[in-house]
Design a protein around this ligand. Structure first.
Ligand code: GLC
Length: 733
């Protein structure tokens, strides 16, 4: 059995066309359910993390449905116990956070979004799945689909950024990549987790319902339409209701309106954390609320195991709620082929050919290269490596084999991690590379190494500075109130810049940082994120002439005071002026001078969503048609010609944005509707055509129902959210 073809074909969308409230059934599921005791049913609803072989008895007793963080021989051992020694032989799900790779580590998801290349992201997810499945994993807790508009939030690193269309495309691609290789995907964390107050992880989120439907829910809808077999509820409370007990959004919207019958799993301990939230008196109440919301499986904590028998016997939880949850758990196991796996195999996917490490590394290098975003370049790039006598490599992230991998890396193989230093030695030879970290580690204030860095820069033709964040500064529970370069990194950059040597600054971070003070000292500025195992080779490819193509999936703020900041904001009745108004003291109060501006900061980001430079010079022709009228339910094609007037081959990421000029509710000043990566040889002209369907203009109107309204629209096709060729169209009544 080829897991790829069999599972891929089996995985039609998990959203039914009509809201199917009935839980899944099959002859096997129906038979098992009829034979299961209440205790065995409840066992299927628990996912626990064993310590070594601590849960052998529980597995033999059928008291566990899934194990988390168990791989390799332990996974095979527990699967044999479940299948061969438990009464009903129901196989286990083995869950693991395969977030951006397994042994080979790909760029963090925020970086992958910067590639604007869903096809490549799908390939990477498939490669990660093959590596993970070979070691017994059959369920990954990925993709993370949370829209993130606040870079203080550490988990922005795991997100696909601020835009719902980009996040939806990336999330669906990851789901397909994982599940084609036999790993169940998990759309998480449902929903609105990235809107945590103050950017502090787990904090309450307040999201107006229209914003919830127009911005935060679409990526989940796309992932479920792509067939995600599972979904995870989020930790936080949304306007007072923890998502793990959110009956309206999980049972009401997800199950009854969307018809989703996949497995919903809680987050780690999030069932019992409803007690801490202060909306469940005890484990029994937490269990009752979670099941009422149709959370099928409890992760880590054991409130279900402790209280469900009594709750069902007392009639406080209907047996039907338990049965429907068990059906959804068994359905995932059946769809993964676990009941038909070879004896002792954690899943059929585990029996696929061992993944080719070199191929995964080549893919990681390509995705890392395509995720790099060139923010600024005064012409210092690309570097003529062969003409340089010496290069100074400076900074605490220049040789960071672990930190360059980023957050959520449990299984990354350090031996597969190639740093910038190693890659430059390979490219230039050690004798042409002067290495000076400048600081002992990224957060250090110890400036004693800066003199050596300055000396290295003086002795070289060019200085490459690798700055940024160590991996622990982003990810879960790692939010920051300040977004500048950590430690004394700015002082290091300023000292090197004072040498007058051409200076290339590479920022390796898990989030957008405030680079306002660094920018003036950089001849070139690259946002590299945490690029993973192939950081070094990918960066050397770009520095040496392979044109970068990454685009920002998030706005880069000028200061943390602007946060939350996002491109698809609303216009207001007094749109901000482009330059901060000057109000010297003593200025008479003049109501005519009131705008939605800051007195002390430009309201615009330092670099906007969609921004990214390359080594070419691409000109956008006029859009055809320049104006048009379309009826609701119809499509329009918009075309233009891209011309690369530069001397380098490039990939131009053309982006199509729309503005609904006047509607029944206020609408964003711009919304991304489509994008395309367009390869262009030097001098090449290429026509690009986007098909826009009026359904893509839908939003939730005054009554919160989805609507496409007639009226004027503006459209841009350009290199980022602030500029491009312009056209107009009307949607007719
Ligand atoms: C964590 C995270 C979630 C992860 C889960 C299992 O707390 O919130 O994203 O998948 O627990 O590790």
């Amino acid at each position: 059995m080829n897991p790829a073809s069999d599972l891929a074909s089996a995985l039609a969308s998990t959203l039914s066309s009509s809201p199917a409230v009935d839980a899944p059934s099959s002859p096997r599921i129906d038979d098992l359910l009829a034979r299961m005791t209440l205790a065995e049913k409840i066992g299927q609803l628990g996912q626990v993390q064993p310590q070594g072989r601590s849960h052998e008895a529980a597995v033999r007793d059928g008291a566990v449905g899934s194990l988390i963080n168990v791989i390799g021989e332990d996974a095979r051992h527990y699967q044999r116990l479940a299948v061969e020694e438990s009464r009903l032989g129901i196989p286990l799900l083995f869950g693991r956070d395969v977030i951006h790779g397994f042994r080979t580590v790909f760029p963090i998801p925020l970086a992958q979004a910067a590639s604007f290349d869903p096809d490549l992201v799908r390939e990477a997810a498939a490669a990660a799945a093959r590596e993970a499945a070979a070691e017994g994993v059959n369920w990954t807790f990925s993709p993370m689909l949370d829209i993130a508009r606040d870079p203080r939030w550490g988990r922005i690193a795991e997100s696909f950024g601020e835009d719902p269309v980009l996040a939806a495309a990336m999330g669906a691609a990851m789901v397909e990549g994982y599940q084609q290789q036999g790993l169940a995907a998990c759309a998480k964390h449902f929903v609105g987790y990235g809107a945590a107050e103050g950017g502090r992880d787990y904090a309450q989120a307040h999201i107006p319902e229209r914003v919830l439907h127009d911005i935060y829910l679409p990526p989940f809808r796309a992932a479920l339409e792509a067939g995600s077999l599972t979904l995870m509820t989020a930790f936080h409370d949304l306007d007072g209701v923890p998502l793990t007990g959110h009956r309206a959004l999980v049972r009401g919207l997800l199950r009854e309106r969307w018809g989703y019958q996949g497995l919903v799993v809680s987050d780690w301990n999030s069932v019992i954390e409803m007690i801490v939230h202060g909306c469940a008196e005890d484990e029994a109440e937490a269990t009752r609320r979670a099941l009422a919301a149709s959370v099928d499986m409890e992760m880590a904590s054991e409130a279900y195991a402790h209280t469900l028998v009594r709750l069902v016997e007392d009639g406080r939880v209907p047996l039907a709620q338990v049965d429907e949850a068990v059906r959804r758990v068994l359905h995932v196991k059946e769809r993964l082929g676990l009941f038909d796996a070879a004896p002792g195999s954690a899943s059929p996917a585990a029996d696929a050919p061992v993944p080719d490490a070199a191929a995964s590394q080549a893919l990681a290098r390509r995705l890392a290269r395509d995720s790099l975003v060139l923010l600024h370049n005064d012409g210092v790039l690309p570097l003529p490596f062969d003409a340089l006598s010496r290069v100074a490599l400076i900074g605490p992230m220049a040789d960071a084999a672990v930190d360059q991998l980023g957050c959520w890396v449990f299984d990354g193989d350090p031996a597969r991690s190639t740093t910038v230093r190693q890659a430059l030695v390979d490219r230039l030879g050690a004798d042409r590379l002067l290495v000076a970290p400048g600081l002992p580690h990224p957060r250090s204030d110890d400036k004693s190494g800066i003199d050596d860095a300055v000396a290295a820069a003086r002795a070289a033709d060019v200085a490459v500075l690798c700055l940024g964040e160590d991996a622990l500064l982003s990810g879960e529970a790692h939010s920051r109130a300040h977004l500048g370069l950590p430690g004394a990194q700015l002082a290091l950059l300023e000292a090197v810049a004072r040498t007058g040597r051409p200076t290339i600054v590479v920022v390796l971070s898990g989030r957008p940082l405030v680079l306002t003070d660094a920018l003036p000292h950089a001849g070139a500025l690259l946002q590299a994120w945490h690029p993973g195992s192939q950081t070094g080779p990918a960066l050397v490819d770009v520095l040496g002439g392979q044109s970068p193509s990454g685009r920002l999936p998030v706005s880069l703020p000028r200061s943390v005071g602007q946060v939350p900041i996002h491109y698809n904001h609303h216009r207001t009745g007094r749109p901000p002026l482009d330059d901060a108004p000057s109000i010297p003291s003593g200025t008479p109060l003049d109501p005519s001078g009131f705008y939605s501006s800051y007195l002390d900061e430009d309201h615009r980001p330092l670099f906007p969503f969609g921004h990214g430079l390359h080594y070419g010079e691409v000109v956008y022709g006029d859009i055809e048609p320049a104006s048009a009228t379309v009826s609701r339910g119809q499509s329009l094609n918009f075309s233009l010609t891209l011309h690369n007037r530069g001397a380098h081959a490039v990939v131009e990421t053309a982006q199509l944005y729309v503005r609904d000029v006047c509607a029944s509710v206020t609408r964003p000043v711009r919304e991304l509707k489509a994008f395309a990566r367009v390869p262009l040889a030097p001098g090449e002209r290429r026509q690009v055509t986007f098909r826009l369907h009026t359904d893509q203009l839908a939003f939730h109107g005054p009554d919160l129902a989805p609507v496409v309204e007639p009226g004027r629209h503006e459209l841009w096709i350009g290199p980022d959210c602030t500029r491009g060729a312009h056209a107009r169209f009307d949607v007719s009544a």
